[in-house]
Design a protein around this ligand. Structure first.
Ligand SMILES: [Zn+2]
Length: 552
């Protein structure tokens, strides 16, 4: 009789002393005592009991098929080759086609009814064993969760420190680039005056992307704000149990709850958001004590309502101490007045802006060219890959994984090209627009709708303002430039191409807001009260703001 031997050992068994050698020895001895000539020994190493990873077993089946004279397959235990009962009998049936029967060294299986029964039992035990292993794997991950470590890929804003792809043993750390942006978005949502669309726009303006470089879509916004991970909570996906994570939380659990209530489509917050136009500076101005965005509300006086801005954080030392809306508005308009561009500077600014635009355009063109070159290279690689596939030099799996990687890279390049092409040119009309607005920002700001006000505010002070510290407010590069050019010539700085790129990008955005808001079209030159945008007291304050002659 001819036979083959199949041995397999898992890493765990190796540790416990069941080596391939002992299995092989036992099988050889079994063959010798029964007069079986061993034609070949197949040995498999590896933890996985999954069928597709069992290359030696597949070779063995092919061997029996081609030889057709192998009557015995000797294994040490039936759990060597089957993951479950079904697998076991499938392999057995397949082998029987070539006249090969299974012999187990340690288990009494044969064609008698008792033998068949025991065989089923042993195969079932193998299945159970693998089930236990899978269970242990789940247990391992659950244990990680219990110790505060998230065993999977963390959400956007966090990174895993994982040298050499080892199992995770440390908690995730903040992604320096993305963490602050998402955290700021959480604060904006908490301020109660931002909708999901606003947040998506904010993400795009701040350049937030996935790790792959792909932009954020609106459904991602939902996923981000619904993830308890950001509140420092880990959730067991199997039973929903929650654990405290060791990673740095982005928001407190209370803030997380508040975000859910605000973004819940059934919540009453919609009405709240509609009324936000009463308070254009809400969430734009931060509390001087805790730096959280301030919210605003109406307070009932004896005869009328008073608007006031206040910090919503109960743990803040300034909680409950509001600043009157009129005061805040006046200070803000005075600040805008101080930013106004003086007439004598108009020609200088215009010249500098157009020259900067030229520079930025050149840079943008060379960037586009670079991306196009990259894309062409990737396309060539893809052709080569297809060619290799045709010549059967790589497997289907390799082909599929390489191709999807290439496709991803190509999409990143295409997106970059589209982005830089979409950046519209900044031309003389844009420069005139921006300059006209900059000559009287307070005046124009007072007459436009709420949404535009918010966008203008951010265009000038991209980081928002801190209550009581308007004097040291950080302006966007474009308005810094206006400041700089107002100073004596020897005080001017030479700016690099990055600076000009930023300025032109900001100015292009500002010009787009100006065009959308149509402030220059109806011939209104400030100070025309617009019934649905005004706050009581706005107009007189606006005049004051305008009259504060710039001494920038
Ligand atoms: Zn505060």
């Amino acid at each position: 009789m001819n036979g083959v031997i199949y041995c397999r050992v898992s890493t765990k068994e190796q540790v416990e002393g069941t080596s391939l050698e002992t299995q092989r020895e036992a099988c050889l001895q079994y063959a010798a005592t029964r007069g079986i000539t061993v034609e070949r020994i197949f040995e498999e190493q590896g933890e996985s009991a999954k069928f597709k990873d069992r290359t030696e077993l597949l070779k063995l089946i092919a061997f029996c098929r081609s030889r057709k004279n192998i009557q015995a397959l000797i294994v040490w235990k039936v759990d060597r080759f089957a993951r479950n009962v079904e697998d076991h009998f499938a392999v057995k049936r397949e082998l029987l086609k070539f006249g090969t029967a299974i012999h187990s060294v340690t288990e009494p299986i044969d064609d008698s009814p008792i033998g068949k029964f025991t065989e089923t039992i042993f195969a079932a035990m193998a299945e159970c064993d693998n089930g236990i292993r899978a269970h242990r794997c789940v247990e391992g991950m659950r244990h990680k969760l219990e110790t505060g470590i998230f065993p999977w890929k963390p959400p956007l804003g966090y990174l895993t420190i994982n040298p050499r792809k080892q199992k995770k043993s440390q908690s995730d750390v903040r992604d320096q680039e993305r963490f602050p942006i998402i955290q700021e978005a959480c604060r904006l949502v908490l301020s109660g005056s931002y909708t999901k669309a606003d947040i998506l726009r904010f993400f795009h303006e701040r350049g937030l992307t996935h790790l792959s470089g792909k932009p954020i879509r609106s459904q991602n916004v939902d996923t981000i704000f619904a993830n308890k991970f950001y509140a420092g909570i880990l959730t067991d996906p199997w039973n929903g149990k929650e654990y405290k994570g060791k990673h740095e939380a982005m928001v407190t659990p209370e803030e997380f709850g508040a975000i859910q209530r605000i973004l819940d489509p059934r919540s009453r917050h919609i009405a709240h958001i509609k009324k936000r136009s009463d308070f254009p500076l809400r969430s734009f101005i931060r509390c001087s004590a805790c730096m959280r965005p301030m919210t605003a509300s109406w307070s009932k006086g004896r005869h009328k309502r008073y608007a006031y801005y206040h910090c919503y954080s109960k743990v803040c030392s300034r909680y409950g101490r509001g600043v009157p809306g009129d005061t805040m508005m006046m200070e803000f308009l005075q600040l805008l007045g101080r930013c106004a561009l003086r007439p004598r500077l108009v020609p200088v600014i215009k010249k500098r802006l157009l020259r900067g635009a030229e520079q930025a355009l050149t840079e943008q063109r060379s960037q586009t060219e670079r991306h196009q070159k990259q894309l062409a290279g990737l396309e060539k690689e893809k052709h080569e890959l297809i060619d290799m596939r045709r010549r059967k030099l790589i497997s289907d799996a390799e082909f599929a994984s390489d191709r999807s990687k290439l496709d991803d890279d190509m999409n990143v390049e295409r997106e970059a090209i589209a982005n830089s092409e979409a950046r519209s040119r900044f031309d003389e009309a844009d420069a005139d627009n921006v300059i006209r607005f900059a000559a009287d920002p307070g005046g124009y700001w007072s007459v436009i709708g709420y949404d535009y006000r918010q966008r203008f505010q951010h265009a000038i002070f991209h980081e928002g303002l801190v209550e009581g510290q308007f004097g040291t407010a950080k302006k966007s590069d474009a308005f810094m430039l206006i400041d700089e050019l107002s100073r004596p010539k020897f005080d001017h700085v030479h700016h690099g191409v990055d600076f000009w790129n930023r300025v032109i990008l900001q100015m292009t955005k500002l010009s787009a807001i100006i065009r959308e808001s149509k402030i220059f079209e109806s011939g209104q030159k400030g100070l025309v009260p617009n019934s649905d945008t005004g706050v009581a007291g706005d107009i007189s304050v606006a005049t004051e703001g305008r009259s504060v002659e710039a001494s920038c």
